[in-house]
Design a protein around this ligand. Sequence first.
Ligand SMILES: Nc1nc(=O)c2c([nH]1)NC[C@@H]1CN(c3ccc(C(=O)N[C@@H](CCC(=O)O)C(=O)O)cc3)CN21
Ligand SMILES: O=c1ccn([C@H]2C[C@H](O)[C@@H](COP(=O)(O)O)O2)c(=O)[nH]1
Length: 283
Amino acid sequence: MSLADHIFMDMCRDILENGTDTKGEKVRPKWEDTGESAYTIKRFGVVNRYDLRKEFPALTLRKTALKSCMDEILWIYQKKSNNIHDLNSHIWDAWADADGSIGTCYGDVVGRKFIYKGEETDQMDYVLRQLKENPYSRRIMTNLYQFEYLHSGALDPCCYSMTYNVTKDAAEDRLVLNGVLNQRSQDVLAANNWNVCQYSILLMMVAQVNDMIPGELVHVIADAHIYDRHVPAVRELISRTPYAAPKVTLNPEIKDFYDFTTKDLIVEDYQAGPQIRNIPIAV
Ligand SMILES: Nc1nc(=O)c2c([nH]1)NC[C@@H]1CN(c3ccc(C(=O)N[C@@H](CCC(=O)O)C(=O)O)cc3)CN21
Ligand SMILES: O=c1ccn([C@H]2C[C@H](O)[C@@H](COP(=O)(O)O)O2)c(=O)[nH]1
């Protein structure tokens, strides 16, 4: 039985049993079909730890579209694009303008140039270089929450910072790459495991090109919520019996972060419960 399923089930039960309801309060998101406010049951300050050395944290209660979520993480951190035409899924369509742009958020912010110690770089190149040259630095992070660009982005980034931190596996005499993902807002049914798998794959890619072992992902969520329309689906989902975690690896031939494609993600033995079709997404 996968550990990630247990973490997910415990988090959902905690939100449903101990969370606070935003019903009747002033909230931003709406349901696209009726224009009604999309209320949630929310829990403040959820922290989940995943150890990639034990298993890949894909949910088995239902399948997470691992190639699609890798595609979105490559869109943001590798292609550094803000245009949905560079994305193979349709998850961002509702937020794009007529040209396909989601404005100054996500990939646009990752790719913005700045000068660091006299050289032009961007946030991802900074991380890759620091891990090579100075792996024990405690200053290795990306931060997408840039106040000057928020007004012209389609959505304020939800997963907004990733801090990379290196430890040592003394037995194997190799470095281990860990990460803290900070998320200000989490749609638990639509995107929790989606985001967890994305940043796990990102950690695996960055570890591989630095010859490190992918270690722990610590996911810190400020506002973990279940939308009102999602409650029956969540209750049904967490009543299911999980399977063992799948085996998820990367093509070991890839040595440059910019060479990874979704073809390099190898998913084996992914057994999961039935898909929940047509989850409504609050906009
Ligand atoms: N309310 C809300 N929830 C979100 O999760 C969310 C937003 N808004 N706004 C922007 C992005 C878009 N995100 C999404 C939207 C849809 C799926 C989704 O439907 N995923 C499907 C699979 C899609 C596929 O196969 O490509 C799933 O079953 O997980 C995932 C992330 C995450 N974000
Ligand atoms: O990667 C993502 C992107 C978005 N979300 C969810 C979290 C919220 O439900 C909405 C954003 O609404 P805000 O009012 O801006 O918080 O999108 C997610 O879970 N993961």
